[in-house]
Design a protein around this ligand. Structure first.
Ligand code: ATP
Ligand code: MG
Length: 877
């Protein structure tokens, strides 16, 4: 069965069991502080399991894009080396939220695999939780009893597993429970006769692998480590789609299925290195095929490679692929971007974001490849230099610090460094490298540490009602709160039954303000979302959490933010009208101070286009268009209204549509009632953020007014300074011209002065062992002048050494220079010499082997410095 049919077959099967099929959530997660990427199908249902949100449907199934490259699940190191772990993969899953439990979950999994797909039961094994007496959790006899009914001969088929493999936990705290895995043995009959499969389950054998994990959520782990039984029980299952394809297509490796083969053939044809011939190059093929998918899907989800967080993870993955291409397949030119069409062809059917973002994906990958290949080149040169040094000194141990610098600053992978060292008969100081690496990890861990206590539940609640679209204050009740500790500082998180506070999301910053009861007032410094939970952050806990409170937001900040948010929509609309419909939002930030809008566009936005966009936005502002809000519109209907759904954003079935005239957007943010209140819109910058992505920053209302006034004030000041009453530009131009002419005159005079000095100086040259040494102390010569003199002197002869000291405006300057001949024949190094004598003038400096300069605070030391330098030079001539 073809992979695309198999995915449909799974969804169809669970549909027939009354499951609602939901779309894959984005692979990149935006509002969960604990998770950067979706790493399992259940992530998007976290709120339901945590009890923050009621379930919309009791039974759900889907195919979810997952990425396991950071945190709890990190398979990156395996990928490519083995044949069944990917970075990005699809997880097929079915869920029950307080509905069916172990019996149905097990029976249906069995029915699907054996009846629908015809996988022979003698290749299948089930594992169950062995129990944990110290935690008071019994062996999962229930699951075991259902499996016994599935297998016609259950002997040796149901295996017990420990907490490591068979007890699932969402995190340090929260929902958890026993799980039951299905493993499949795809070895040949002959091999299976030799060693029974039951001995190989969970032993890392590449052909006896886990394909499906059924998790039975029945406990909650509390902050003190204890377990409590949950009132309602849930099912959460996940099956590796690529592994399932391998099994049903009768292959031995995920990479031999129709998901990967087209990509691998393309790699082979581009690189001229066939797959399946050499174990080493095969790894490279697999790495590249795998990483291509990760990067493409991530870019489609609007997560571009960058230097921080999720963006950095993606950048490193792409670099890993480039490196394998470079070292193993000899690809010194970008080529991974050329694989995009095949990927889009194989997967675009089910994931249309690949089709619509194809051009962007291609450009981003191409540019990243180019720049990393340059880095690789630079790193290689640096290693070569260091290797030469080592060899000269007859040493063999390459410094771990240097390897770490290569890795950290240049993105140069340490295993590549090691490889090159091995080829040169050298070794890496591994301990030193590890030490540096650990120190860095420790630094970033300390940056991120956040410890949460248990929630203190004050009242029952079905989730928070957001009332901030209409209100800036409201009567609220605290439903729960907890203490958290961020970087050593205690803070409190408060959750209300209803709230006028907008939580940071969709690029809009969170509200601040305060809540107040008869007896106390608590400042709210920020409002954030964790999944869908609206959390108010405060420095203090409530003294009486049961009291009724009045919540009041900072209205001024909210108003300014709303103006910027509406202006962002108008700018988006204007850019699409002026530049074309390829313009799509790729990121935005809306705060009280300003707005930032990132969008896809492949050229610079010209000044004329910017002016045009700014004018268009201001015209809409002046037309004072009234806001129209459509709440709870089905997504398809919203699209018909002209609203654009952004890839990488998570939308429910029903969405909120904000319309200002022709600008229509899906948006949960807060907006002005009519555009007139924005007052004024002013663009302050335009630039590139990545390949094919531009960024515009702008200000509105009073911030725009301030901005314009500041500019005008500067202009006024300038016109005052140049005493121009009319045309300032002409006045400034005149000044620039005059300045240029003056500079030319001065340069000429300096040249003449230097010439005169030179004559005076050349007369004082000293001949030493056949070389000419010039050494002087000058007064009132600028650094530029002494450089100039040195250059002129050096033209007179090819065997010259120069040392000049000069005092100027109470400071000391030194210069040491050699003609090329001397540098080469005598290994004299001006940089080293100047460094060794600049302490005499209480300063420092450096430069090249043929010319170096230093500056210092102690002109009295010049005499001594020059003398020392000359002595050093003489000792080497
Ligand atoms: P394994 O032990 O093989 O790494 P796991 O215990 O990490 O698997 P789960 O977290 O239970 O796997 O995920 C559910 C299913 O997702 C697995 O049964 C497997 O089929 C699939 N899966 C897990 N990790 C990967 C991966 N890196 N690449 C492809 N499929 C995977
Ligand atoms: Mg794993």
């Amino acid at each position: 069965m073809k992979s695309n049919e198999l995915r449909e077959e799974f969804l169809h099967f669970f549909k027939s069991k009354q499951h609602t099929i939901v779309p894959s959530a984005p692979m990149v997660i935006k509002n969960d502080p604990t998770l950067m990427f979706t790493n399992a199908g259940m992530n998007q249902f976290k709120d339901i399991f945590l009890g923050n949100k009621p379930a919309e449907y009791k039974r759900v199934a889907n195919a979810q894009k997952c990425l396991r490259v950071s945190g709890k699940h990190n398979d990156l190191e395996e990928v490519g080396l083995d044949t069944y772990h990917h970075t990005m993969f699809e997880m097929l899953g079915n869920w029950s939220f307080g509905d069916y439990f172990k019996k149905e979950a097990i029976e249906w999994a069995w029915e699907f695999l054996t009846k629908k797909l015809g996988i022979s039961e003698d290749r299948l094994y089930a594992t169950i939780f062995e129990g944990s007496p110290e935690e008071n959790v019994p062996r999962d006899n229930e699951a075991s009893s259902y499996w016994e009914k599935c297998f016609s001969n259950p002997r040796g088929k149901i295996l017990e597993g420990s907490k490591k493999d068979n007890f699932w936990e969402m995190g340090e705290t929260g929902p958890c429970g026993p799980c039951s895995e299905i493993h499949v043995d795809i070895r040949s009959d002959e091999e299976r006769l030799k060693i029974p499969g039951e001995q190989l389950v969970n032993k890392g054998h590449p052909q006896v692998i886990e394909i499906w994990n059924l998790v039975f959520i029945q406990y909650n782990r509390k902050a003190n480590g204890s377990l409590e039984v949950l009132p309602s029980h849930h099912v959460d299952t996940g099956m590796g789609f690529e592994r399932l394809c391998m099994v049903t297509q009768g292959k031995r490796s995920n990479y031999d299925t129709d998901i990967f083969q087209p990509i691998i053939s393309e790699i082979a044809s581009i690189t001229g290195k066939p797959y399946g011939v050499d174990a080493k190059t095969d790894i490279a093929h697999r790495v590249i095929a795998d990483h291509l998918r990760t990067v493409a899907f991530s870019v489609a989800d609007s997560q571009l490679p960058s230097n921080n967080r999720a963006g950095y993870v993606i950048r490193r993955i792409l670099r890993r692929a480039v490196r394998y291409g470079y070292t193993t397949l000899g690809m010194t030119e970008p080529f991974i971007y050329r694989l995009v069409p095949v990927l889009v062809h194989t997967m675009g059917g089910h994931y249309p974001e690949l089709i619509s973002q194809q051009e962007l994906i291609t450009n981003v990958i191409h540019e990243e490849e180019q720049s990393f290949l340059k880095t690789l080149g630079k790193g290689l040169r640096m290693i070569e230099r260091k290797i030469d040094e080592l060899k000269e000194n007859k040493a063999t141990d390459f410094s771990g610090k240097a390897a770490f610098e290569l890795y950290d600053t240049y993105g140069f992978p340490v295993d590549l460094t090691q490889l090159i060292l091995r080829e040169n008969g050298l070794t890496l100081n591994n301990d030193e490298f590890t030490e540096e690496l650990n120190a860095q990890k420790e630094r970033s861990r300390n940056d991120a540490v956040k410890v949460s206590g248990d929630w203190i539940v004050v009242r029952d609640s079905e989730g928070t009602v957001f009332t901030g679209y209409d209100k800036t204050e409201d009567d609220i009740k605290i439903v729960r709160y907890r203490k958290i500790n961020v970087k050593g500082k205690d803070l409190y998180q408060l959750v209300f039954d209803r709230t006028p506070f907008y939580a940071e999301s969709g690029g809009q910053t969170g509200d601040n303000g305060y809540i107040e009861s008869d007896n106390e007032r608590i400042e709210v410094s920020n409002t954030v979302k964790e999944n869908n939970l609206i959390i108010h952050i405060s420095a203090n806990p409530p003294a009486d959490a049961f009291a009724p409170f009045r919540a009041v937001i900072n209205v001024k900040a909210r108003q300014l933010t709303a103006r910027n948010h509406t202006a962002t929509h108008l700018l988006h609309y204007a850019l699409r009208s002026i530049l074309g419909s390829h313009v799509e939002q790729k990121g935005s930030l809306v705060s009280p101070e300003k707005l930032r809008f990132d969008f896809s566009h492949f050229n610079r936005v010209t000044p004329e286009e910017l002016t045009q966009a700014e004018r268009m936005v201001n015209e809409i502002i002046m037309s004072n268009i009234i806001r129209i809000v459509h709440e709870n519109v089905p997504v398809d209907e919203a699209k018909k209204m002209g609203a654009m759904a952004l890839f990488g954003e998570k939308y429910g079935n029903n969405v909120r549509v904000i319309r200002f005239g022709n600008s229509v957007e899906l948006c949960g943010g807060t907006h002005v009632e009519s555009t007139g209140t924005i007052g004024l819109f002013k663009i302050i910058s335009e630039g590139a953020v990545a390949a094919g992505i531009r960024r515009i920053e702008a200000v509105t209302s009073e911030n725009a007014l301030n901005y314009v006034n500041e500019k005008l004030n500067s202009l006024n000041e300038i016109s005052g300074m140049i005493k121009s009453t009319g045309n300032i530009t002409a006045g400034v131009l005149k000044l620039i011209e005059e300045n240029k002419a003056l500079r030319q005159t001065i340069e000429k005079m300096q040249d003449n002065a230097a010439l005169a000095k030179r004559k005076e100086l050349t007369d004082k040259a000293e001949i030493f062992n056949g070389y000419t040494i010039f050494s002087y102390i000058l007064e009132d010569a600028t650094p530029d002048m002494i450089k100039n003199i040195a250059h002129q002197i050096m033209q007179s002869n090819s065997e010259i050494a120069i040392v000049i000291g000069s005092s100027f405006e109470g400071k000391a300057f030194l210069l040491v220079a050699f003609t090329d001949n001397i540098v080469k024949s005598k290994t004299l190094n001006a940089d080293e010499i100047i460094k060794s004598v600049s302490s005499e003038i209480n300063g420092g400096g450096g430069g090249q082997p043929f010319l170096a300069t230093a500056g210092g605070k102690k002109p009295e030391g010049l005499q001594q410095a020059v003398k020392k330098a000359v002595d050093k030079i003489k000792s080497m001539l």
